[in-house]
Every structure is written in structure tokens, then in C-alpha cells.
Design a protein around this ligand. Structure first.
Ligand code: GDP
Ligand code: MG
Length: 456
């Protein structure tokens, strides 16, 4: 999506004034880009209609150049599609707050349960997970593993009731159910209340396709436990089926918020983005990998800038803050805003933080400009990182802070010290120089200025 839009905006940037035909062409490009990204047709229609009206209408400002005007309008409309404001969890006045997860099988509910619990725990909550997926033999065990990783307790039905704990293997998905998920959910919540857990996350069963029994079961659970939030988890890679699936769950179970999962994949994501618009329910969280920490609060404005390829500096800083200590993050932010040179020492600190943050690709994907480098990103070999780290570690402190002073003989020494060829060292220094330039430019408000979420 971003590649196309980037080209469109680059084209507009060279214009002095915005003519009707510029607007029409831009709207056509945006329409294609959205369709290409699997955004549902009705959403595309209303989106392009609004952009066109506004771009041609009274909003034409003397202060902004044409590209800025259109980007501003597109950005605002995208934020609108994505649900406007970020919405947080509505906690119950009387704990425990009950959060129920619903969605198709494989959408990422169980994985999300762990991520959400971990995230809540980090904020001082005391979550408990409840295993109410009794459909798949291994579902309970899977949730137990997830809970262990997140360091939160899991309420599971009596062992004897649950297949998958005994040695009988085999894939009997969906053929029969073991125990009563409604009863398990109820006991889980009672247990949580007794043990003073302030949040309960109820993991439920899914089917590969929308199916009446599944809907009834989820609706029964919902009816019985009256959750404060029902989160509908949807795989961002699902394509055009997203809207239909979301509508089925809205009707069959109803939900209060949406979680986009697998946003780290190749998903064009557009269909999932249609979901907020079509169902009128906000996207609250994004799941971006298989690790417990690959999880973000969903910010419509930031997602819009990410789609527009502004890079998501704010999310990046937020994630970095979680992994680094705060002073380090503040220093990085200060340097960034002051457009100071980024050094190899900063780079080493970031690498350490990135390793703590989880998947490297998910972090890189948020870096400004990376949308255009998607192919390289996909081909990225995480082991490459170790080689880079070895090179940086072979530099002296002076060299790390003054990369431009690294001359030929220093390069040869670094290559030797880290067991790579001199040309690899040359490449690293060259790329580093470019990255330094890019960060400076961004910090100064280069790229497209005046965008929300962009420093400068
Ligand atoms: P459930 O059936 O809805 O409970 O889905 P699971 O949580 O079991 O997830 C199904 C598969 O998707 C598992 O292999 C997960 O590891 C994987 N998965 C879940 N969330 C994500 C995500 O955000 N990114 C990626 N890459 N994989 C995910
Ligand atoms: Mg599951």
C-alpha cells in the first residue's frame, strides 16, 4: 500500500498548485492502492469520495503545498477509517474485569491471551487466563504454555475432563467437545474473584470457518459471563473475507473491540482495516509476531502514518522505552529531535534493545522509509545482525563515535578483528552514513513536513 502512495505523493510534491485533474488523478491512485491492499469496496468508495470532496472543496489552504494538503486530508480520512481515537480497555468498576476473546480458529486468540496478559501485568494488573477452548485437544495445554511464558496463572478445567492431557493424540478438531466451556468460564471467573485477580481473560474456541455451533457457544459464554470487553481477533492476512467474518461475529456474538493479529506478516492488511469501518467497532490492539512482547496498543493516527509510509517513530520510541531503561530512551529521543549524529555506540545500545523487543523485522518495519525497502526486509537474514555487531565491537570507542574518521587501515583492522572482509566493513560504514543522514533529515522535518506524529 505504502509504495504506491509514496510514488503518488512524490509526484504531487513537485506541483505548485493543485488542479482538479491533479486531485482526480491522486484520488484514482489512492483508490487503486486501497483496492490493491484488499480494502473493502464500500470503504474505498466512501474514502475516495471524502478525499475528493475535501481536496477540491474549501479546505484548500494557502499555507500548505499541494502534496501537504492531500496528505493531510488522506491522513485524516485514514485515521477516521481506522476508528479515530485510540480506545483503551474499559475496566470494570467492580473487579475482576472480564475480557472475552472471540474469532476464527488460528486467528491468534490464544497467542493474544498471553500477550495481553503480559502487557496488563506490566501495568500493574494481576490477570488470570481461563481456558474455555475445549474444542481442540491441545488448546488447554497451549494456553498453559502461553500463560507460563507470560508469567500469569491459567485456570483450566479438571485435567480428567480434557483430552490432550492424556496420551490419546490425533487430530479430532471440531469433532467433539470436552467439558462445558460455559461452566469453565464461570468457575474461572469465580476463582479469579476469590484470588483477587483484577482482570480475567477468557480464551474461547474457534472454527476454521464461521459456523453456527461456534457462534452459539461463544454467544452462550458471553451471555453467562457478561464480559466487560469482547475482543474480536482477526488475522490481518485474511484478505477480503475479513468483512464477512467480522459481520458474522458481530451478529452472532457481538464484540466491543477488534484486535488485528499477524500484522508482522505480508498482510496487505487492507481488509482488516475495513473491519473497523464496517462494524463500527474500534481496533484496540495489534499483534505483530509470535513472541509475548510482539503486541501494541493500536493508534489509528500512527497506523495511518505508517500506511502513508511516514514511519512510526512514536510506536518505535514507545517500544524502545519498554526494552531500554528510560534514560537511555530519553537520550535517543533527544538526539533524534536535536538531529545529532547517531553513533555506533547508540547503534549497539539499540541492537541490544531490539533483541529484547522481540522480532527484529517487526521493529525494522516501523522505521521510517522501510516501507519502500520491504523486499530487502523480507530477504533480511537475522544472522546478518551478528556480523554487524561483531564489526561494531571490533571498533575502538573513538571509532564508534566518529565513524567518518574510520580510514582504510582502520577498516582493515576492523575486518580482521571481526572475521569479515574489508568490503563488508566498507558497506556497513556506507549504509551507516546514509542512515545518519536519513535520521537527520527526518528529525528536521524533511520527508513530508507538518504531519502529526512526526517530530520537527
Ligand atoms: P487461535 O486458534 O485463535 O487461538 O490462534 P493461535 O493463538 O493458536 O495462533 C495460531 C497461529 O498463529 C500460531 O501458530 C501462532 O503462533 C500464530 N500467531 C498468532 N499471532 C501471531 C502474530 O501476531 N504474528 C505471527 N507471525 N503469528 C502469529
Ligand atoms: Mg486458541
Amino acid at each position: 500500500l505504502s509504495d504506491r502512495l509514496t510514488a503518488t505523493f512524490a509526484n504531487l510534491r513537485s506541483k505548485g498548485r493543485l488542479s482538479e485533474s491533479d486531485v482526480n488523478k491522486t484520488v484514482r491512485d489512492i483508490r487503486l492502492a486501497l483496492l490493491d491492499a484488499d480494502v473493502a469496496l464500500p470503504v474505498v468508495r466512501s474514502f475516495t469520495h471524502n478525499v475528493r470532496e475535501r481536496a477540491l472543496g474549501a479546505e484548500v489552504s494557502e499555507a500548505l503545498n499541494p502534496a501537504q494538503q492531500v496528505v493531510k486530508i488522506v491522513n485524516e480520512e485514514l485515521v477516521g477509517i481506522l476508528g479515530g481515537q485510540t480506545r483503551g480497555i474499559r475496566f470494570a468498576k467492580q473487579p475482576p474485569t472480564v475480557i472475552m476473546l472471540a474469532g476464527l480458529q488460528g486467528s491468534g486468540k490464544t497467542t493474544l491471551a498471553g500477550k495481553l496478559a503480559y502487557w496488563l501485568k506490566e501495568q500493574g494488573h494481576t490477570p488470570m487466563l481461563v481456558a474455555a477452548d475445549l474444542q481442540r485437544p491441545n488448546a488447554v495445554t497451549q494456553l498453559e504454555v502461553v500463560g507460563q511464558r507470560a508469567g500469569v496463572p491459567v485456570f483450566a478445567p479438571e485435567r480428567g475432563n480434557v483430552s490432550g492431557h492424556d496420551a490419546v493424540g490425533g487430530d479430532i478438531e471440531g469433532t467433539r467437545s470436552h467439558g462445558d466451556p460455559v461452566a469453565v468460564s464461570r468457575s474461572g471467573i469465580a476463582e479469579a474473584a476469590a484470588k483477587q485477580h483484577d482482570v480475567v481473560i477468557v480464551d474461547t474456541a474457534g472454527r476454521l470457518a464461521v459456523d453456527e455451533n461456534l457462534m452459539r457457544q461463544a454467544a452462550d459464554i458471553r451471555e453467562a459471563i457478561r464480559p466487560d470487553e469482547v475482543l474480536f481477533v482477526i488475522d490481518a492476512m485474511i484478505g477480503q473475507a475479513a468483512v464477512e467474518t467480522a459481520e458474522a461475529f458481530l451478529e452472532g456474538v457481538d464484540f466491543s473491540g477488534v484486535v488485528l493479529s499477524k500484522l508482522d506478516g505480508d498482510a496487505r492488511g487492507g481488509a482488516a482495516l475495513s473491519v473497523a469501518s464496517v462494524t463500527g467497532r474500534p481496533i484496540m490492539f495489534a499483534s505483530t509476531g509470535e513472541n509475548t512482547k510482539d503486541f501494541e496498543v493500536f493508534h489509528p493516527d500512527r497506523m495511518a502514518s505508517r500506511i502513508l509510509d511516514m514511519g512510526d517513530v512514536l510506536t518505535l520510541i514507545e517500544q524502545a522505552e519498554r526494552a531500554f531503561d528510560r534514560t537511555q530512551a530519553a537520550e535517543m529521543e533527544r538526539k533524534f529531535l536535536a538531529a545529532e549524529d547517531f553513533t555506533f555506540d547508540d547503534f549497539l545500545q539499540q541492537m541490544a534493545a531490539i533483541k529484547k523487543m522481540g522480532s527484529l523485522k517487526s521493529v525494522l518495519g516501523m522505521m521510517p522509509g522501510m516501507g519502500q525497502m520491504k523486499a530487502q526486509l523480507d530477504a533480511f537474514d537475522e544472522r546478518e545482525f551478528d556480523r554487524v555487531e561483531a564489526m561494531v565491537r571490533s571498533m575502538t570507542p573513538f571509532e564508534r563515535n566518529h565513524p567518518k574518521q574510520i580510514n582504510g587501515s582502520r577498516r582493515a583492522r576492523i575486518a580482521k578483528g571481526s572475521g569479515v572482509s574489508t568490503s563488508e566493513v566498507n558497506q556497513l560504514l556506507e549504509r551507516f552514513g546514509e542512515a545518519q543522514k536519513m535520521m537527520k533529515q527526518l528529525a528536521k522535518g524533511g520527508g513530508i513536513p507538518g504531519m502529526p506524529g512526526m517530530p520537527g
